[in-house]
Design a binder for this molecule. Structure first.
Ligand code: NIG
Ligand code: FE
Length: 434
Protein backbone atom coordinates (compact mmCIF):
# COMPACT_ATOMS: atom_id res chain seq x y z
CA UNK A 1 0.00 0.00 0.00
CA UNK A 2 2.21 2.84 -1.13
CA UNK A 3 -0.13 5.33 -2.65
CA UNK A 4 -3.89 5.96 -2.60
CA UNK A 5 -5.75 8.46 -4.76
CA UNK A 6 -8.65 8.94 -2.36
CA UNK A 7 -9.47 7.93 1.18
CA UNK A 8 -13.11 8.23 2.20
CA UNK A 9 -13.29 8.37 5.99
CA UNK A 10 -16.02 8.99 8.55
CA UNK A 11 -18.57 6.60 7.01
CA UNK A 12 -21.26 6.19 9.65
CA UNK A 13 -22.67 3.08 7.98
CA UNK A 14 -21.27 1.29 4.94
CA UNK A 15 -23.93 -1.01 3.47
CA UNK A 16 -23.32 -3.31 0.52
CA UNK A 17 -24.21 -6.69 -0.87
CA UNK A 18 -21.14 -8.92 -0.93
CA UNK A 19 -19.64 -10.58 -4.00
CA UNK A 20 -20.30 -10.17 -7.68
CA UNK A 21 -22.98 -12.78 -8.22
CA UNK A 22 -26.72 -12.35 -8.26
CA UNK A 23 -28.47 -12.61 -4.92
CA UNK A 24 -31.60 -14.76 -5.14
CA UNK A 25 -34.50 -15.17 -2.72
CA UNK A 26 -33.36 -15.04 0.91
CA UNK A 27 -29.82 -14.05 -0.10
CA UNK A 28 -31.22 -10.66 -1.06
CA UNK A 29 -31.51 -9.91 2.64
CA UNK A 30 -27.78 -10.51 3.26
CA UNK A 31 -26.19 -7.10 3.42
CA UNK A 32 -22.78 -6.42 4.87
CA UNK A 33 -22.97 -3.41 7.19
CA UNK A 34 -19.87 -1.80 8.69
CA UNK A 35 -20.10 1.03 11.21
CA UNK A 36 -17.42 3.76 11.32
CA UNK A 37 -15.92 2.63 8.06
CA UNK A 38 -13.46 3.90 5.46
CA UNK A 39 -12.79 3.13 1.80
CA UNK A 40 -9.46 3.58 0.03
CA UNK A 41 -9.47 4.09 -3.73
CA UNK A 42 -6.67 3.69 -6.25
CA UNK A 43 -6.87 3.98 -10.03
CA UNK A 44 -10.65 4.34 -9.89
CA UNK A 45 -11.06 1.04 -8.05
CA UNK A 46 -11.72 0.04 -4.47
CA UNK A 47 -8.36 -0.90 -2.94
CA UNK A 48 -9.41 -1.37 0.66
CA UNK A 49 -12.49 -1.02 2.83
CA UNK A 50 -13.54 -1.88 6.37
CA UNK A 51 -13.59 -0.39 9.85
CA UNK A 52 -11.78 2.95 9.66
CA UNK A 53 -9.25 2.00 12.35
CA UNK A 54 -8.27 -1.14 10.40
CA UNK A 55 -8.06 0.70 7.09
CA UNK A 56 -5.88 3.44 8.61
CA UNK A 57 -3.66 0.80 10.15
CA UNK A 58 -3.12 -0.94 6.83
CA UNK A 59 -2.41 2.39 5.16
CA UNK A 60 0.32 3.44 7.60
CA UNK A 61 3.10 5.09 5.64
CA UNK A 62 1.09 5.25 2.40
CA UNK A 63 0.86 8.53 0.49
CA UNK A 64 -2.77 9.61 0.23
CA UNK A 65 -3.53 12.18 -2.44
CA UNK A 66 -6.96 13.26 -1.16
CA UNK A 67 -9.02 12.53 1.93
CA UNK A 68 -12.76 13.18 2.14
CA UNK A 69 -14.82 12.95 5.32
CA UNK A 70 -18.25 11.35 4.86
CA UNK A 71 -19.37 13.04 8.08
CA UNK A 72 -21.04 9.94 9.57
CA UNK A 73 -23.30 9.38 6.55
CA UNK A 74 -24.58 6.20 4.90
CA UNK A 75 -22.47 4.95 1.97
CA UNK A 76 -23.68 2.34 -0.53
CA UNK A 77 -22.55 1.18 -3.96
CA UNK A 78 -23.64 3.68 -6.63
CA UNK A 79 -27.27 2.96 -7.51
CA UNK A 80 -27.91 1.30 -10.87
CA UNK A 81 -31.02 1.97 -12.96
CA UNK A 82 -31.27 -1.07 -15.29
CA UNK A 83 -34.38 -0.16 -17.32
CA UNK A 84 -35.00 3.29 -18.79
CA UNK A 85 -36.29 4.90 -21.97
CA UNK A 86 -33.79 7.72 -21.41
CA UNK A 87 -33.45 9.10 -24.94
CA UNK A 88 -36.69 10.57 -26.31
CA UNK A 89 -38.20 13.77 -27.59
CA UNK A 90 -41.00 15.78 -25.97
CA UNK A 91 -43.22 14.93 -23.03
CA UNK A 92 -46.83 13.79 -22.58
CA UNK A 93 -48.45 15.97 -19.93
CA UNK A 94 -51.23 16.60 -22.50
CA UNK A 95 -52.37 13.01 -21.80
CA UNK A 96 -52.59 13.53 -18.05
CA UNK A 97 -56.29 14.48 -18.02
CA UNK A 98 -57.13 11.45 -20.21
CA UNK A 99 -55.17 9.19 -17.89
CA UNK A 100 -56.77 10.65 -14.78
CA UNK A 101 -60.24 10.26 -16.28
CA UNK A 102 -59.53 6.54 -16.46
CA UNK A 103 -58.67 5.96 -20.13
CA UNK A 104 -56.40 2.88 -20.07
CA UNK A 105 -52.76 3.08 -21.16
CA UNK A 106 -53.27 0.61 -24.03
CA UNK A 107 -56.36 2.49 -25.27
CA UNK A 108 -54.40 5.74 -25.54
CA UNK A 109 -51.75 3.82 -27.52
CA UNK A 110 -54.35 2.16 -29.78
CA UNK A 111 -55.73 5.63 -30.57
CA UNK A 112 -52.34 6.74 -31.86
CA UNK A 113 -51.24 8.52 -28.67
CA UNK A 114 -49.00 7.22 -25.90
CA UNK A 115 -45.75 5.77 -27.22
CA UNK A 116 -46.74 6.87 -30.75
CA UNK A 117 -47.02 10.49 -29.63
CA UNK A 118 -43.43 10.28 -28.33
CA UNK A 119 -42.40 8.64 -31.62
CA UNK A 120 -43.55 11.79 -33.44
CA UNK A 121 -41.70 14.05 -31.01
CA UNK A 122 -38.55 11.91 -31.21
CA UNK A 123 -38.57 11.82 -35.00
CA UNK A 124 -38.94 15.62 -34.99
CA UNK A 125 -35.89 16.03 -32.72
CA UNK A 126 -32.31 16.17 -33.95
CA UNK A 127 -29.78 13.75 -32.50
CA UNK A 128 -28.21 16.73 -30.72
CA UNK A 129 -31.54 17.76 -29.16
CA UNK A 130 -32.16 14.19 -27.96
CA UNK A 131 -28.65 14.09 -26.54
CA UNK A 132 -29.05 17.36 -24.66
CA UNK A 133 -32.42 16.42 -23.16
CA UNK A 134 -31.14 13.03 -22.03
CA UNK A 135 -27.95 14.62 -20.69
CA UNK A 136 -30.04 16.71 -18.31
CA UNK A 137 -31.91 13.58 -17.19
CA UNK A 138 -28.59 11.86 -16.49
CA UNK A 139 -27.62 14.85 -14.34
CA UNK A 140 -30.88 14.44 -12.40
CA UNK A 141 -30.18 10.73 -11.96
CA UNK A 142 -26.63 11.41 -10.81
CA UNK A 143 -27.92 13.89 -8.22
CA UNK A 144 -30.10 11.02 -6.94
CA UNK A 145 -27.09 8.75 -6.41
CA UNK A 146 -27.26 6.79 -9.69
CA UNK A 147 -23.97 5.92 -11.41
CA UNK A 148 -25.02 3.53 -14.23
CA UNK A 149 -28.14 3.60 -16.39
CA UNK A 150 -29.52 1.32 -19.09
CA UNK A 151 -31.15 3.16 -22.02
CA UNK A 152 -33.52 1.72 -24.62
CA UNK A 153 -34.29 2.96 -28.11
CA UNK A 154 -37.86 2.43 -29.33
CA UNK A 155 -39.24 5.86 -30.18
CA UNK A 156 -37.81 5.92 -33.70
CA UNK A 157 -39.39 2.77 -35.17
CA UNK A 158 -37.47 2.98 -38.46
CA UNK A 159 -33.83 2.07 -39.03
CA UNK A 160 -32.57 5.65 -39.30
CA UNK A 161 -34.62 6.93 -36.37
CA UNK A 162 -33.67 4.03 -34.11
CA UNK A 163 -30.00 4.53 -34.99
CA UNK A 164 -30.39 8.24 -34.16
CA UNK A 165 -31.54 7.37 -30.64
CA UNK A 166 -28.84 4.74 -30.18
CA UNK A 167 -26.10 7.08 -31.40
CA UNK A 168 -27.29 9.72 -28.94
CA UNK A 169 -27.05 7.10 -26.16
CA UNK A 170 -23.55 6.13 -27.29
CA UNK A 171 -22.41 9.74 -27.16
CA UNK A 172 -23.99 10.15 -23.72
CA UNK A 173 -21.98 7.19 -22.51
CA UNK A 174 -18.81 8.72 -23.93
CA UNK A 175 -19.34 12.21 -22.53
CA UNK A 176 -21.48 12.04 -19.39
CA UNK A 177 -19.81 10.66 -16.26
CA UNK A 178 -22.76 8.31 -15.63
CA UNK A 179 -22.30 5.10 -17.65
CA UNK A 180 -25.02 4.37 -20.22
CA UNK A 181 -25.64 0.78 -21.39
CA UNK A 182 -27.71 0.49 -24.58
CA UNK A 183 -30.64 -1.71 -25.56
CA UNK A 184 -32.25 -1.83 -29.00
CA UNK A 185 -36.05 -1.76 -28.71
CA UNK A 186 -37.28 -1.31 -32.27
CA UNK A 187 -40.22 -3.50 -31.19
CA UNK A 188 -41.60 -0.97 -28.71
CA UNK A 189 -44.77 -0.26 -30.72
CA UNK A 190 -46.07 -0.66 -34.25
CA UNK A 191 -45.58 2.70 -36.03
CA UNK A 192 -48.68 4.27 -37.63
CA UNK A 193 -47.36 3.64 -41.16
CA UNK A 194 -47.51 -0.11 -40.35
CA UNK A 195 -50.92 -0.01 -38.60
CA UNK A 196 -52.65 -3.37 -39.10
CA UNK A 197 -49.46 -4.88 -40.57
CA UNK A 198 -47.60 -5.92 -37.46
CA UNK A 199 -45.91 -8.91 -39.12
CA UNK A 200 -44.48 -6.66 -41.80
CA UNK A 201 -43.13 -4.39 -39.07
CA UNK A 202 -41.60 -7.40 -37.30
CA UNK A 203 -39.80 -8.16 -40.60
CA UNK A 204 -38.46 -4.61 -40.57
CA UNK A 205 -37.27 -4.88 -36.95
CA UNK A 206 -35.43 -8.11 -37.82
CA UNK A 207 -33.87 -6.31 -40.77
CA UNK A 208 -32.66 -3.49 -38.48
CA UNK A 209 -30.85 -5.88 -36.15
CA UNK A 210 -27.72 -6.60 -38.24
CA UNK A 211 -26.88 -2.89 -38.56
CA UNK A 212 -27.43 -2.27 -34.83
CA UNK A 213 -25.20 -5.23 -33.99
CA UNK A 214 -22.49 -4.36 -36.53
CA UNK A 215 -22.24 -0.75 -35.37
CA UNK A 216 -21.97 -2.02 -31.79
CA UNK A 217 -24.80 0.28 -30.79
CA UNK A 218 -26.55 -2.04 -28.33
CA UNK A 219 -25.80 -5.00 -26.09
CA UNK A 220 -29.41 -6.06 -25.57
CA UNK A 221 -32.61 -6.43 -27.60
CA UNK A 222 -35.96 -5.76 -25.93
CA UNK A 223 -39.60 -6.24 -27.08
CA UNK A 224 -42.92 -4.91 -25.73
CA UNK A 225 -44.76 -8.24 -25.59
CA UNK A 226 -48.30 -7.11 -24.79
CA UNK A 227 -51.87 -7.48 -26.00
CA UNK A 228 -52.38 -5.32 -29.09
CA UNK A 229 -48.63 -4.66 -29.43
CA UNK A 230 -46.40 -7.73 -30.13
CA UNK A 231 -47.56 -11.30 -29.62
CA UNK A 232 -45.45 -14.00 -28.00
CA UNK A 233 -44.67 -15.48 -31.43
CA UNK A 234 -43.62 -12.11 -32.87
CA UNK A 235 -41.53 -11.34 -29.78
CA UNK A 236 -39.87 -14.76 -29.99
CA UNK A 237 -38.87 -14.14 -33.60
CA UNK A 238 -37.25 -10.80 -32.82
CA UNK A 239 -35.50 -11.94 -29.65
CA UNK A 240 -34.07 -15.08 -31.28
CA UNK A 241 -32.83 -13.11 -34.27
CA UNK A 242 -31.25 -10.57 -31.91
CA UNK A 243 -29.64 -13.36 -29.91
CA UNK A 244 -28.22 -14.90 -33.09
CA UNK A 245 -26.54 -11.57 -33.80
CA UNK A 246 -25.13 -11.29 -30.29
CA UNK A 247 -27.77 -9.10 -28.62
CA UNK A 248 -28.93 -10.58 -25.30
CA UNK A 249 -32.74 -10.77 -25.00
CA UNK A 250 -34.71 -8.62 -22.57
CA UNK A 251 -38.50 -8.45 -22.55
CA UNK A 252 -41.31 -6.18 -21.35
CA UNK A 253 -43.44 -9.09 -20.16
CA UNK A 254 -46.93 -9.51 -18.74
CA UNK A 255 -47.24 -5.86 -17.73
CA UNK A 256 -50.96 -5.52 -18.27
CA UNK A 257 -52.25 -8.84 -19.68
CA UNK A 258 -50.87 -12.31 -18.85
CA UNK A 259 -49.75 -13.11 -22.40
CA UNK A 260 -46.96 -15.52 -21.48
CA UNK A 261 -44.04 -13.13 -21.77
CA UNK A 262 -42.40 -14.52 -18.63
CA UNK A 263 -42.54 -18.05 -20.08
CA UNK A 264 -40.98 -16.72 -23.29
CA UNK A 265 -38.20 -15.02 -21.29
CA UNK A 266 -37.30 -18.41 -19.79
CA UNK A 267 -37.49 -20.11 -23.17
CA UNK A 268 -35.17 -17.71 -25.01
CA UNK A 269 -32.73 -17.35 -22.10
CA UNK A 270 -33.44 -13.65 -21.56
CA UNK A 271 -31.10 -11.89 -19.15
CA UNK A 272 -34.11 -10.12 -17.63
CA UNK A 273 -37.89 -9.83 -17.82
CA UNK A 274 -39.48 -6.52 -16.87
CA UNK A 275 -42.77 -5.41 -15.26
CA UNK A 276 -44.40 -8.87 -14.69
CA UNK A 277 -47.48 -7.54 -12.86
CA UNK A 278 -49.70 -10.08 -14.57
CA UNK A 279 -47.15 -12.93 -14.80
CA UNK A 280 -48.62 -16.37 -14.07
CA UNK A 281 -47.27 -18.88 -11.54
CA UNK A 282 -45.95 -20.92 -14.46
CA UNK A 283 -44.28 -17.76 -15.81
CA UNK A 284 -42.49 -17.19 -12.50
CA UNK A 285 -41.38 -20.84 -12.45
CA UNK A 286 -39.95 -20.45 -15.94
CA UNK A 287 -38.05 -17.31 -14.89
CA UNK A 288 -36.46 -19.24 -12.04
CA UNK A 289 -35.69 -22.22 -14.25
CA UNK A 290 -34.18 -20.05 -16.98
CA UNK A 291 -32.11 -17.89 -14.61
CA UNK A 292 -33.96 -14.75 -15.73
CA UNK A 293 -33.76 -11.63 -13.55
CA UNK A 294 -37.16 -10.05 -12.84
CA UNK A 295 -36.76 -6.27 -13.10
CA UNK A 296 -39.64 -4.68 -11.21
CA UNK A 297 -40.83 -1.16 -11.95
CA UNK A 298 -43.13 -0.05 -9.13
CA UNK A 299 -43.15 3.56 -10.35
CA UNK A 300 -45.10 2.48 -13.43
CA UNK A 301 -48.00 0.78 -11.65
CA UNK A 302 -48.05 3.70 -9.21
CA UNK A 303 -48.20 6.33 -11.96
CA UNK A 304 -50.74 4.41 -14.05
CA UNK A 305 -52.96 4.22 -10.97
CA UNK A 306 -53.09 0.43 -11.14
CA UNK A 307 -54.30 -1.21 -7.98
CA UNK A 308 -52.05 -4.10 -8.76
CA UNK A 309 -48.38 -4.71 -8.06
CA UNK A 310 -45.74 -7.19 -9.13
CA UNK A 311 -45.68 -10.15 -6.73
CA UNK A 312 -42.25 -9.35 -5.32
CA UNK A 313 -42.75 -11.23 -2.05
CA UNK A 314 -43.69 -14.43 -3.84
CA UNK A 315 -40.89 -13.97 -6.34
CA UNK A 316 -38.40 -13.75 -3.47
CA UNK A 317 -39.94 -16.10 -0.90
CA UNK A 318 -41.51 -18.82 -3.05
CA UNK A 319 -39.67 -18.74 -6.37
CA UNK A 320 -36.21 -17.83 -5.03
CA UNK A 321 -35.82 -15.20 -7.74
CA UNK A 322 -33.14 -12.44 -7.87
CA UNK A 323 -35.32 -9.33 -8.05
CA UNK A 324 -33.93 -6.06 -9.45
CA UNK A 325 -35.58 -2.62 -9.34
CA UNK A 326 -35.63 0.22 -11.82
CA UNK A 327 -37.40 3.49 -12.63
CA UNK A 328 -38.58 2.61 -16.18
CA UNK A 329 -38.01 6.34 -16.74
CA UNK A 330 -40.08 7.25 -19.82
CA UNK A 331 -42.42 10.10 -20.84
CA UNK A 332 -45.61 8.02 -20.59
CA UNK A 333 -46.04 5.33 -17.98
CA UNK A 334 -43.33 6.60 -15.63
CA UNK A 335 -42.01 10.12 -16.07
CA UNK A 336 -39.50 10.12 -13.22
CA UNK A 337 -35.73 9.80 -13.00
CA UNK A 338 -35.94 9.20 -9.26
CA UNK A 339 -34.53 5.88 -8.01
CA UNK A 340 -35.27 7.13 -4.50
CA UNK A 341 -38.98 7.25 -5.28
CA UNK A 342 -38.67 3.67 -6.54
CA UNK A 343 -36.96 2.70 -3.26
CA UNK A 344 -39.93 4.08 -1.34
CA UNK A 345 -42.50 2.38 -3.62
CA UNK A 346 -40.66 -0.95 -3.42
CA UNK A 347 -41.11 -0.75 0.32
CA UNK A 348 -44.71 0.49 0.27
CA UNK A 349 -46.21 -1.55 -2.56
CA UNK A 350 -43.84 -4.47 -3.13
CA UNK A 351 -43.24 -5.03 0.60
CA UNK A 352 -39.54 -5.47 0.08
CA UNK A 353 -37.20 -4.91 3.03
CA UNK A 354 -34.55 -2.14 2.98
CA UNK A 355 -31.85 -4.79 2.56
CA UNK A 356 -33.65 -6.48 -0.35
CA UNK A 357 -34.19 -3.09 -1.94
CA UNK A 358 -30.48 -2.23 -1.75
CA UNK A 359 -29.59 -5.59 -3.32
CA UNK A 360 -32.17 -4.99 -6.06
CA UNK A 361 -30.79 -1.51 -6.88
CA UNK A 362 -27.13 -2.53 -6.87
CA UNK A 363 -25.78 -6.03 -7.46
CA UNK A 364 -28.94 -7.50 -9.00
CA UNK A 365 -29.42 -4.42 -11.17
CA UNK A 366 -25.77 -4.70 -12.26
CA UNK A 367 -26.30 -8.31 -13.27
CA UNK A 368 -29.48 -7.38 -15.17
CA UNK A 369 -27.27 -5.33 -17.52
CA UNK A 370 -24.33 -7.72 -17.57
CA UNK A 371 -22.13 -5.65 -15.25
CA UNK A 372 -22.06 -7.80 -12.09
CA UNK A 373 -18.28 -8.22 -12.21
CA UNK A 374 -17.49 -4.52 -12.44
CA UNK A 375 -20.06 -2.71 -10.30
CA UNK A 376 -22.96 -3.21 -7.87
CA UNK A 377 -21.08 -3.89 -4.63
CA UNK A 378 -18.28 -2.47 -2.53
CA UNK A 379 -15.62 -5.05 -3.20
CA UNK A 380 -11.85 -4.88 -3.59
CA UNK A 381 -11.02 -4.49 -7.28
CA UNK A 382 -14.46 -3.26 -8.29
CA UNK A 383 -15.03 0.21 -9.70
CA UNK A 384 -15.21 2.84 -6.98
CA UNK A 385 -18.82 3.89 -7.70
CA UNK A 386 -20.30 5.07 -4.40
CA UNK A 387 -23.31 7.01 -3.17
CA UNK A 388 -23.38 8.96 0.08
CA UNK A 389 -26.74 9.63 1.67
CA UNK A 390 -27.79 11.99 4.45
CA UNK A 391 -29.18 9.02 6.33
CA UNK A 392 -28.08 7.14 9.45
CA UNK A 393 -28.96 3.70 8.09
CA UNK A 394 -30.50 1.81 5.19
CA UNK A 395 -34.08 1.77 6.47
CA UNK A 396 -34.06 5.56 6.54
CA UNK A 397 -34.10 5.73 2.72
CA UNK A 398 -37.61 4.31 2.13
CA UNK A 399 -38.81 5.76 5.44
CA UNK A 400 -38.20 9.49 4.93
CA UNK A 401 -39.77 9.96 1.54
CA UNK A 402 -40.26 12.55 -1.18
CA UNK A 403 -36.88 14.22 -0.71
CA UNK A 404 -33.43 13.65 -2.17
CA UNK A 405 -31.12 12.02 0.39
CA UNK A 406 -28.02 12.18 -1.80
CA UNK A 407 -25.11 14.11 -0.28
CA UNK A 408 -22.38 12.89 -2.59
CA UNK A 409 -21.56 10.60 -5.49
CA UNK A 410 -18.18 9.12 -6.39
CA UNK A 411 -17.81 7.53 -9.82
CA UNK A 412 -14.67 5.64 -10.84
CA UNK A 413 -13.03 7.17 -7.79
CA UNK A 414 -13.90 10.75 -8.82
CA UNK A 415 -16.17 12.84 -6.61
CA UNK A 416 -18.90 14.09 -8.97
CA UNK A 417 -21.38 15.35 -6.38
CA UNK A 418 -20.33 16.65 -2.98
CA UNK A 419 -22.24 18.55 -0.32
CA UNK A 420 -25.31 18.23 -2.61
CA UNK A 421 -23.53 20.19 -5.35
CA UNK A 422 -22.64 18.94 -8.80
CA UNK A 423 -18.87 19.28 -9.11
CA UNK A 424 -18.25 17.07 -12.12
CA UNK A 425 -17.62 19.79 -14.69
CA UNK A 426 -14.03 19.57 -13.46
CA UNK A 427 -13.95 15.83 -12.97
CA UNK A 428 -16.15 14.23 -15.65
CA UNK A 429 -15.37 12.15 -18.70
CA UNK A 430 -15.34 15.12 -21.05
CA UNK A 431 -17.49 17.84 -22.52
CA UNK A 432 -20.54 19.18 -20.74
CA UNK A 433 -23.62 20.31 -22.64
CA UNK A 434 -24.00 23.69 -21.05
O1 NIG B 1 -41.94 0.20 -19.97
N1 NIG B 1 -44.65 -0.51 -21.66
C1 NIG B 1 -44.00 -0.10 -22.63
N2 NIG B 1 -42.99 0.78 -22.61
C2 NIG B 1 -42.75 1.69 -21.56
C3 NIG B 1 -43.62 2.89 -21.66
C4 NIG B 1 -43.24 3.77 -22.78
C5 NIG B 1 -44.13 4.96 -22.96
O2 NIG B 1 -45.30 5.00 -22.52
O3 NIG B 1 -43.64 5.90 -23.62
C6 NIG B 1 -42.83 0.98 -20.22
O4 NIG B 1 -43.74 1.22 -19.42
FE1 FE C 1 -40.07 0.11 -20.12
Amino acid sequence: MEQMDLLLTGIGCLATPAGDVLRSGKEMQEIQEIKDAAIAIQGGRIALFGAEADVRNKLKGAAITETLDAGGRLVTPGLIDPHTHLVHGGSREHELALKRSGVPYLTILAQGGGILSTVQATRASSEQALYEKAYRSLDTMLMQGVTTVEAKSGYGLSLEEELKQLRAAKRLNETHPVDVVSTFMGAHAVPSEYKGRTDAYVDLVCAMLPEVAQEGLAEFCDVFCEQGVFTVAQSRRILLEGRRLGLMPKIHADEIEPLGGAELAGEVGAISAEHLLAASDEGLRQLAKGGVIPVLLPGTSFNLGMNKHARAREMIDTYNLPVALSTDYNPGSCPTESMQLIIMLASLNLKMTPEEILTACTINAANAIGRGRQIGSIEIGKRADLSLFDAPNLAYLPYHFGINHTFGVIKNGQPLVWDRQMIYAQAGKGESVS
